[in-house]
Design a protein around this ligand. Sequence first.
Ligand code: HEM
Length: 239
Amino acid sequence: SWAVDRDKLLSDPGVYGTFAAYRVDADWARLEQSARIAHLTALKGVIEQYREKMAIDLYLLRGLSDHADILFRVHATELKDSQQFLVDLQASLFGKFLNTVAILHGLTKKANYVPGFPEPMKNDLKAPSESGPYAIVIPIRKDAEWWSLAHDKRAAMMQEHTAAALPYHKTVKRKLYHATGLDDFDFITYFETAKLDDFQSLILALQQVKEAKHNRRFGNPTFIGTVKSLDQLIETLAQ
Ligand code: HEM
């Protein structure tokens, strides 16, 4: 099979992550259910076709977010492949009912600071984290001062960040994308959790460390939703 190695795309450095959020047009709900089902079958075809070369994750934002109804997270080794998928998605019968709310992208990289952390902290970071059902996406932009600091100064602050965050490592799964130059912010931070109260405490704990003073933009938008399989998303959109 030509199917991509999804685990590799989700863990390797040098992979592009694109977050595409859409609002479903009000006309969608006015379609006959049979037409909705036919359109969604076509959508399924497009996604299945592209799943052979990229990792595609789906989220339902409707009901939890007023920014958008659905979110796609696409991982690919070439950004042009993600673009082709999203262009085909929009050209599909279902895609005609989608209004783009935001498209963010970034690149996964090898850890910048972790290699210099103390061994016990590195080990703590290797423990597994629990995933979903909730997913949160927060874009972050640092200030100019942050980028002008020497590596060791930033590393010390990131160690402080990590120490404050580690109590939540078990219940909050995270993934970091570097976006400087590819988008209007520096990072896209992505989280999954079953414990939103832990997640909220984590954010508050991180606001207390020095590194947080260098956040010029935090969220705006913040996307919050639930992880869905393709069939679950189709079921929601068909109703
Ligand atoms: C970077 C740990 C939660 C924002 C890092 C790094 C570690 C880390 C180890 C350094 C990666 C490297 O070496 O390049 C954690 C842990 C978390 C957590 C254990 C809890 C589960 C968060 C949250 C946010 C956040 C909630 C913000 C919403 C960032 C950003 C960076 C970063 C923006 C990149 C900073 C830079 O490279 O300048 N985190 N983090 N983290 N984290 Fe967290």
